[in-house]
Structure formats: C-alpha cells, structure tokens
Design a protein around this ligand. Structure first.
Ligand code: ADP
Length: 484
C-alpha cells in the first residue's frame, strides 16, 4: 500500500475549519527521503495566512474554553481513537514523508494518539485551590485557566507525535492552537487535522499553517509578534529555539521549548552486558539516530569496555538498512541531504582527530548511511559536541564514576542521559549528579505520555506529557476576596 491512496493525504493547509491554498497559490514539494520522489505539493504560506489562522483561533476560543472539560475530553478521546483506527494509513503516510521503518511509524502513531486520551483525562482533573486565609476577613482562591490562543512549531523527526504532544494539552485545557509543522513532514500533521475535524474539534480551534523552509521566519514572526498569541510551544534546534524565545520576549509570551540534546550513554563495569547492548541499539538507532534523546556519546568503563564494544559492534553489524516499507527494516534513510552531509562531517572529523572506525562510516546510496561504530571518540570531537542525528555511535572509555559524571555533564545541553549499572548506591548517586531532565536507568527507552519529557540547561523550558505537562498550558489566577 502506498500512502498516496489514503483519503488522509491532504495537500492543502487547514485554517478555520477549511482546507485552503496559499494566497499566492504557491506550493512546495514533500519528498520521500528513501526514494527522492515528490509525494505531494502543499501550500507555501506566510504571515497573512498565519494571521488569519490566529484570528480564527481567537474567535473560537471563548466557546471552546467554556465547554466542560468532559466535553473537550470526549472529542479528544474520539480523535485519539480515530488515529488508532486509521493507524495503518497514518503510519504509511509517515513512512513516506519521514522514512522511518513502518513498525516504528506505527509505534509513533500510538504514542501520538495517546496524548489526546491522556490530556483529555487530565483536564477533567484540573482543579484549583483554596489557601488558608492570612487575615480573618480574607479568602484566597486559585483558579487554573487556559492560557488562550497558542502557537506550535514542530520538527520533522516525529511528524505525528510532536503536533499531538503540543496540541493535546493545549486543547484539553481549553486553549486554541495554530501549528506549523516542519517543511519536510507536513502531511502527518494535516492528517491529524483531518481526523480532528472528523472527531468534532470546532473550526478555528486547531489550525495548520504550512510553509517551506524559507517561509518559516515569516510564519514564526507572525506567531511571535501577534499580541493575540499568548504562548508558543516549539520543538526543534536550540538555535531556532533561542531565536523564537528572543522574539517572544518582546511581548513576554510564554514559551515551552524542547530543544537539542547531547545524550551520554554510560555503561558501568557492573552493567548487565546484554541489556546494555540492547538499550544502546534502541537508543542510538531508533529513527536512524534522529531523535533529540538519541544516545550521542557512549562512555564505557574500562572493565567492561572490550566486551561491550565487541558485542555492540556485532549487534550493529546485523541491523537491516532498508526503506521503511521493507519487512524487517531497522534503519531507514536520513531526512535530507544536509543531514547526510552532517553525519559525514562528524565521521570525517573524528577519524582525522584519531578515532578508530570499527564498522560502517559511509553513505550507502541516496540518503542511507551505514550503521557505524567508532571508538576513541573524545569529547573535543564534533561528534561529541553536536548532535550527530544519524546512525553513528561514537564510543569513549572512562575509569571512574566521577569521571563519567563529569564528562556527561560537560555540555550546555541537558535533555536525556542513560546509564547501566546494577549497583543501588551508584544508581542514586549518578541519577542525582546528572544534570538532565530525563535519566534512563538500565533502559534506553524513556518516552511515554504519562511521564514529563523535557530538558535542563539549553535543552529547553517546560515539560510535555504527564500531569505536569498540563501546567505549561494554564495560568494561575489568584482571587483575593476581602470583606467577608
Ligand atoms: P531541525 O534541525 O530539527 O530541522 P529546526 O529548528 O531547523 O530543527 O526546525 C524545527 C522547526 O522550526 C521546523 O518547523 C522549522 O520550519 C521551524 N523553523 C526553522 N527556522 C525558523 C524560524 N526562523 N522561525 C520559525 N520557525 C522556524
């Protein structure tokens, strides 16, 4: 089956409950990263269309906000259910525009859908508070209110889950949202919008504005300068996140930012070797290494180093590289040519600086890159300082726990970190010492709608998922009642 056969393939943007073209009529191509084929053309929009979507979101806000939480939850639950009913079509669309293996795409759709169920439920329990009075005639009441009109900007690596992870909490608490998906992968977000319409999300509550890379500054500029917008949720690079945060500062708009990571993956001498290898494979090669929580720096202790490197390299050599629709595919193509160029640059830089290549190291063809293992990858190499975002594992060794923690924290990023040990004391010490928002202990898989996802330091602000994730989309209002 090709994605092109599904009615969920939408090639117009979705604004104010209507499927629309750009004012200019211009479009840009969405390209299958596995074949280089153009699979669709979608509208190139700018500030004017974004403004209209924002104004529609403002018009839709009062009615949406004043529905009961249960009514909103019912619609969002229906949306999540529709996503699961249409999982095959959504997953196929995702593979076509993003390239990940079909099994991973299906897992992403389930993850994406789960946010609508979860946050619909959470919003029903969004209670306020009463604070004991500081004066005899006083009463203090705390309300939690929807922030209002919000904007979202999402990346290409999880084309379905990033739009749902932002829109679900926002819509659940009564906000409305205008979202711009990444130029590489607009189709999954448009498909979610189509199902949102079917589920009964009213016109204007959730609009999708599309644009090419060159249009992003104008769309983002309108989102961050229009006073109607009270909050921006962004997932993407730290560089663009900082820019958008600076733009939002002009009107003190609230921001939630999920930015880059530089995840250490630490294997201590007492780790379970098989578990560590399995976790490393998952953590490094899922989505071809293109996740912000992908292991980016492998640190392996002296005593287990040789065994880990041998077992890991052996396991990596068995990974099946193929387009996402091939049965058994484990590593798909990279998203685009610049992504491949970056991985090539990182490998070349490491080898020039003295690293040793144990496996892979080259592009296969098109945007496919060999699963690769390098050792002697020190912390000054590009691969250790920047996110590689590719199927390349750089390994270095260490002697002591203190050294591992020092190296792990020696980065401006603080999204996710992983370590393997069976020692209880070390588990606590290292967990507490790591300056990361997410710490995987004896696991390489940490994403769940029930857990707070987000980073410390330059990896971001705010949390997505879990009951904590609701807080990012509400304002506290303090009612000071006197004369009682
Ligand atoms: P990545 O490296 O994952 O592509 P980016 O930060 O470049 O990360 O892109 C993430 C999202 O941010 C995409 O939707 C992209 O179009 C958008 N984007 C990039 N530059 C800007 C900008 N100047 N203003 C608003 N959005 C932008």
């Amino acid at each position: 089956m090709t994605a092109l056969e599904t009615d969920l393939l939408k090639t117009r943007a979705y604004i104010d409950g209507r499927w629309v073209d750009a004012d200019s009529g211009a479009t840009f191509p969405v390209v299958d990263p596995a074949s280089g084929e153009t699979i669709a053309e979608v509208p190139r929009m700018g500030a004017a269309e974004t403004r209209r979507a924002i104004e529609a979101a403002q018009r839709a806000l009062p009615a949406w906000k004043h529905r009961t939480a249960k009514e909103r939850a019912r619609i969002l639950r229906r949306l999540g259910d529709l996503m699961m009913e249409r999982c095959d079509d959504l997953a196929a669309l995702l593979v076509r525009e993003q390239g990940k293996p079909l099994a991973e795409a299906k897992a992403e759709i389930a993850y994406a859908a789960s946010f609508y169920e979860w946050f619909g439920e959470e919003a029903k329990r969004l209670d306020g508070g009463v604070i004991p009075r500081p004066l005899p005639d006083r009463r203090i009441v705390i309300l939690k209110e929807a922030i209002g009109v919000t904007a979202g900007i999402t990346p290409w690596n999880f084309p379905s889950a990033m739009p749902t992870r932002k829109s679900a909490p926002a819509l659940a608490v009564g906000c409305t949202m205008v979202l711009k998906p990444a130029e590489q992968t607009p189709l999954s977000a448009l498909a979610v919008a189509a199902l949102a319409e079917e589920a009964g999300v009213p016109a204007g509550v959730f609009s999708i504005v599309t644009g090419d890379a060159a249009d992003a500054p104008a769309i983002g500029g309108e989102m961050t300068s229009n006073p109607i917008v009270r909050k921006l949720g962004f997932t993407g690079s730290t560089e663009v996140g900082k820019l958008l945060m600076a733009q939002c500062a002009g009107q003190v708009k609230k921001v939630s930012l999920e930015l880059g990571g530089n995840a250490p993956f630490i294997v201590f001498d007492d780790a379970d070797l098989d578990e560590a290898v399995a976790g490393a494979l998952m953590c490094k090669f899922r989505n071809s290494g293109q996740t912000c929580i992908s292991a980016n720096r492998f640190l392996v202790q002296d005593g287990i180093y040789d065994d880990f490197v041998a077992a890991f390299t052996e396991a990596v050599s068995k990974l099946q590289v193929a387009d996402g629709f091939t049965e058994g595919a484990q590593v798909g193509p990279l998203i685009d040519a610049p992504a491949v160029a970056k991985v090539e640059r990182h490998v070349a830089n490491a080898l020039e600086s003295g690293a040793e290549l144990l496996l892979g190291g080259s592009r296969i063809e098109g945007q496919f890159f060999q699963p690769s293992v390098l050792t002697g990858v020190t912390m000054d190499m590009a691969m250790s300082c920047e996110e590689t975002f590719g199927p390349v594992a750089g390994i270095n060794r260490f002697a002591t726990e203190a050294e591992a923690v020092r190296i792990a924290n020696d980065t401006p990023y603080g999204l996710s970190a992983y370590f393997y040990t069976r020692d209880l004391g070390r588990t606590w010490r290292v967990s507490e010492a790591l300056e990361y928002g997410i710490v995987g202990i004896n696991t390489g898989f940490v994403s769940s709608e029930v857990a707070p996802f987000g980073g410390m330091k330059e990896s971001g602000i705010g949390r997505e998922g879990s009951s904590y994730g609701v807080d990012d989309w509400v304002e506290l209002k303090y009612l000071a009642m006197g004369g009682i």
